[in-house]
Design a binder for this molecule. Structure first.
Ligand SMILES: C[S@@+](CC[C@H](N)C(=O)[O-])C[C@H]1O[C@@H](n2cnc3c(N)ncnc32)[C@H](O)[C@@H]1O
Length: 322
């Protein structure tokens, strides 16, 4: 399992970039950018180098952690997957490329697409040795993707929420067309983020895709509103990260929603833990998505081995024998 914390090389590049930058200015820009996000806006407000750096300091550790968690969940089920090429759609500072590079040592060709010139410039400065030969194209994702070579792995992280529904549907179809084997889409773990994931999931299953994670089936999602499928990843905060966020604790929990879709069906699809299980004296109660649908499993203490196993279950885990 890959660590959810930023790779040492990236942290060092960020620290070097921060020299001579006012933390206060970065903090106030980060607060303005976060406000825009909360109000439903996107990364369009990122225009200057300070904006880009503020965004990266405030958000990149968390989006990186969510992407790594999604890729880890995929790899657990498909440990054989060894991609050589990656397409990173709406790459921003290169977060998904970094996460994929850490997860898949086999990756050789990295192509990043984004319309934001400032984030692109920062991504190239931060690229480091692993992404040194990456190609980063500037422009509208759909147009660039239409001309791109297919890749074994395609990732769109925290991107599809920035485009309207018609554009999203068209882009998703094109992303799937360019997917050699695996497409991973990651979104914020809000009801709206989940709704986008679930709509794209249905669209792409209809186009022939199979879900590998988080769902253990290709059927309709069994959750009913106001419930929604999302997960949580804890990550540590560096001092600069804390300063920019005005945070007091050295960690943060990023809520995210995701789907990993493949061309080949997975050989087995374990159940997924949908909330932190409750460990009681008499039993462990766990909310699971199983191949047969939603289940509230109660594992009694008297079933010693099963109970001991269930005590270790965490929100987001893939579990068998439940
Ligand atoms: C919230 S950022 C996420 C960046 C990165 N994927 C991550 O996870 O940290 C969204 C990115 O999508 C890009 N984007 C949004 N709409 C786009 C479009 N139609 N074409 C190209 N890039 C787009 C933005 O410029 C921005 O860099």
């Amino acid at each position: 399992m890959i660590s959810p914390d930023l790779p040492v090389e990236l942290k060092a590049a960020l620290d070097a970039k921060l020299q001579g930058f006012s933390r206060n200015e970065a903090a106030s820009r980060a607060a303005a950018i976060s406000r825009t996000y909360r109000d439903g806006g996107g990364s369009g407000t990122i225009k200057s180098e300070t904006d880009a750096l503020a965004y990266v300091l405030a958000r990149m550790p968390a989006t990186y952690a969510a992407i790594v968690a999604s890729l880890n969940a995929f790899v657990e089920i498909r440990p054989d997957f060894a991609p050589s090429s990656l397409l990173d759609i709406g790459a921003g500072p290169g977060t998904a490329s970094w996460a994929a590079a850490q997860t898949f040592p086999s990756l050789q060709r990295f192509v990043l697409l984004d319309a934001n010139a400032t984030l692109r410039a920062l991504a190239l400065e931060l690229a480091g040795t692993r992404l040194r030969d990456a190609r980063y194209e500037l422009g509208p994702a759909r147009k660039l993707l239409a001309d791109a070579e297919p890749a074994d792995l395609v990732v769109a992280s925290y991107m599809v929420g920035e485009i309207d529904e018609a554009e999203r549907t068209a882009l998703a179809g094109l992303m799937w067309e360019k997917t050699g084997e695996v497409l991973v889409i990651v979104e914020p773990g809000t009801p709206a983020g989940y709704a986008r994931i679930i709509a794209l999931r249905a669209q792409l299953i209809a186009a022939g895709a199979h879900v590998v994670a988080p769902c253990p089936h290709d059927e309709e999602c069994p959750l009913e509103a106001p419930d929604w499928c999302h997960f949580s990843q804890r990550l540590s905060r560096s001092r600069a990260h804390m300063q920019v966020k005005g945070a007091e604790v050295p960690f943060e929990d990023e809520r995210f929603a995701y789907v990993a879709l493949t061309r080949t069906p997975a050989p087995n699809r374990p159940s997924r833990v949908l909330a932190q299980p409750v460990v009681g004296k008499a039993d462990v109660t766990a909310k699971l998505c199983t191949p047969e649908g939603l289940s509230i499993a109660k594992i009694p203490r008297r079933a010693k081995a099963d109970y001991a196993r269930a005590r270790r279950w965490r929100w987001g885990d893939a579990v068998t024998g439940a």
